[in-house]
Every structure is written in C-alpha cells, then in structure tokens.
Design a protein around this ligand. Structure first.
Ligand code: KG4
Ligand code: ZN
Length: 342
C-alpha cells in the first residue's frame, strides 16, 4: 500500500510518500518539508494569511518533489491523504483541496486526516509500536497527553487550559528579545543560566487530572523581567533557565500522573511506551526530566527522529495508511476543520 500525504495546517508545506510493507511496518519513500519560518520571523509568530499564500505558492512543487524522490506516479498510489484539521483554515483549504484534486484526477480514495492523529500514530511508523501507549504532544499549537488505544480510538487525558507549551516558549523569547522560534533560543540561553535565581510558579503541579496551564507562568516571568530591567545577558539566561526548569517540573508531574493512570488501567502491558511528539519534544531539559520519570515508572521513552516529531507529510501519509487499512476513507466533500479535537 502506497499513500501520498499532504500537510499544510500551520507553517510547514509538506508532502511525503509512504509504503506499508507486508509485515505492517512503514517505509518512507520521500518526505519533503518546506519551512516558512523565515517568512514569519519578522512578526514573532505565524501570520495565517502569509502562511496560506506561501502554501499556495509552494505546494505543487513540494508534491512533485515528493513523488519524484519516491519514484512513483499518481497511478501507483492507493490513496491520497491530506490534513483536514485542526489548524489554520487558509492552509488547510490549500492542502486538502490539492489532495482532493489529485485523488479525483487519479481516481484514488481520499483520506481526510486529523493532524493530531498523524502525530499520534507516527511511533507505529517508526518503531512499530503496538497499542495502547501514551503520547505527549507539545508543539506551538498543542499541548496534549493522549492515550492511544487503537486507530480512531484516542482518549485525551490532558490538554492546556490556556497557552500551548511551544507558544509559552515563543512568548518568553519575545519578551526577552530573543530570536524566533523561541524554543531553541530559550534553551540556548538557559544553558548558562541559574534556574534557582527567580522563583517562578509551577502551575497545576500536584493538581488532579493531567491538564496544563502556562499563562500564569508567563505573567510571573514578565513581572520578574520588568523588575530586573534593564536586563543583562546573565539576567536573560537566568530567566530562561528558571522558565525551563518550571515547565520541566510541570510536564514531568502531568505526564507522571498519566503514566500512573495508564499503569492502573493496563496492568498487563509490559514496559509501556511514552511517545514524544511536537517541536518542544526536542528540548533536552524536558526530555531528561521525562526520561527520569519514565524510568521511575517502568515506561520506555520513545522519541521518533526530530524531523518526524515536528510537522511533516509522512505522518499524514501513514495515518492515511492506517485508516485505509481499517476500510476508512472520505468523500470529496470532506470539509477543512480548523477546530477538530481527536
Ligand atoms: O511541532 P512544531 O515544529 O510546529 C508546530 O507548532 O506545529 O513546534 C514548534 C514549536 C515552537 O513553539 C518552538 O518554539 C518549539 O516548538 N520548539 C522548542 C524547541 N524547539 C522547537 N521548544 C523548546 N525547546 C526546543 N529546543
Ligand atoms: Zn503538529
């Protein structure tokens, strides 16, 4: 089974071709991603209108490149998968319409994929994971802890009640006049900082459930930054280190609770997996904290390669394969859905 996947929900224009092997594993035949970071950098965040226009300009070429690299023609495909949501409506319409056009012209089924399902199933493509497992998805748009029990069978254990974690990193960077995207810049600055100098809150720590909240932390950081202004390089490093330590504690606590709940519900699953996805999963402090917590609780940490943790077409193609294998496909009237919880 060979599927073309198209992803345009945010600021990456991406297309990929993935083949499912007879043993159920996936082979990525091509995975082409064009990041729009440069186009949005001056604005300190993704500008929806700029993103949609950039997708229009780039997508044909990205699809052609993915098909050429995979050395397949549209006639060789078993289906075309496109992200239908959640995400920025302009970009979603560009990608989904393109997927529909190719599916219609080639006479192939369309699979309208939920972007979060793409992230949720990636570990089965890369590591052949069996259900059930836990997923922590932390990106610029999402902060979720999911129980992945089967294709189409997801339970959201926790989500953010305000900002996404990547958004919190980006806003912190902006406040401290660091580069965009903020996550890598904050991590770099934190490396030489003292995490204990500023007493920052750990929102939700120890609370029931697995939800996140980051806006109070953002406000506390702003108050500290304003009190310490004008900020030296050392002040910025200390604030970044304090912020990173606070979010690491919070993520560890929330995911720890999810692992405890999972272990109680599925006592028969031996060495269950905690899968990481999303751009923030690249953060080494957070990863180290989670690795410790996982080890403590008998979980193994599964971190797909970085380029498959962030937005890409291969995860959409793979979700298409998984859905198609269950006999699931969509009509050409499938709508783009900017809000679409799993
Ligand atoms: O998954 P992603 O590439 O795109 C979407 O948001 O869909 O995630 C991007 C987010 C940005 O907010 C970025 O600041 C954050 O991930 N990020 C990081 C790191 N690298 C990227 N956050 C913390 N530490 C990092 N090393
Ligand atoms: Zn994503």
């Amino acid at each position: 089974m060979i599927v073309l996947g198209i992803e345009t929900s945010c600021d990456e224009t991406a297309a990929a071709v993935v083949r499912r092997e007879p043993d159920g594993r996936g082979t990525i035949l091509s995975n082409v991603v064009l990041s729009q970071i440069a186009e949005h950098a001056a604005f300190g965040g993704v500008v929806p209108e700029i993103a949609a226009r950039a997708h229009v300009a780039a997508l044909d070429g990205i699809v052609a490149a993915a098909m050429a690299e995979a050395d397949v023609g549209f006639g060789d495909l078993d289906a075309v998968a496109g992200t239908a949501g959640p995400g920025l409506i302009g970009g979603l319409i560009v990608g989904l319409s393109t997927a529909k056009a190719i599916a219609f012209a080639a006479g192939k089924p369309l699979v309208a994929v939920n972007h979060l399902e793409g992230h949720a199933l990636t570990a089965r493509l890369t590591d052949g994971l069996a259900f059930p497992y836990l997923l922590l998805l932390v990106s610029g748009g999402h902060s979720q802890i999911l129980l992945v029990a089967g294709v189409g069978d997801y339970r959201r254990l926790g989500t953010t009640i305000d900002d996404a974690l990547g958004e919190a990193f980006d806003k912190t960077a902006k406040l401290l006049s660091l580069a965009y995207p903020g996550g890598p810049a904050v991590e770099r600055a934190a490396a030489s900082g003292d995490p204990a100098r500023f007493a920052l809150p750990r929102p939700m720590l120890g609370r029931p459930g697995c939800d996140f909240s980051f806006s109070g932390l953002k406000t506390a950081l702003r108050v500290e930054a304003e009190a310490a202004a004008p900020l030296s390089e050392a002040d910025v490093a200390d604030l970044c280190a304090g912020f990173q330590a606070a979010v690491t504690d919070v993520v560890r606590d929330r995911v720890g609770r999810a692992m405890a709940g999972f272990a109680a519900e599925f006592p028969g699953v031996d060495a269950p997996a905690l899968v990481l996805a999303g751009g923030v999963a690249a953060n080494r402090a957070i990863r180290t904290g989670l690795a410790e917590e996982a080890q403590k609780r008998g979980f193994r940490l599964v971190a797909p390669p970085g380029n498959l943790c962030t937005d890409n077409g291969a995860m959409i193609a793979w979700a298409g394969i998984e859905r198609l294998s269950q006999g699931l496909a969509d009509g050409l009237d499938a709508p783009a859905r900017p809000r679409w919880p799993l």
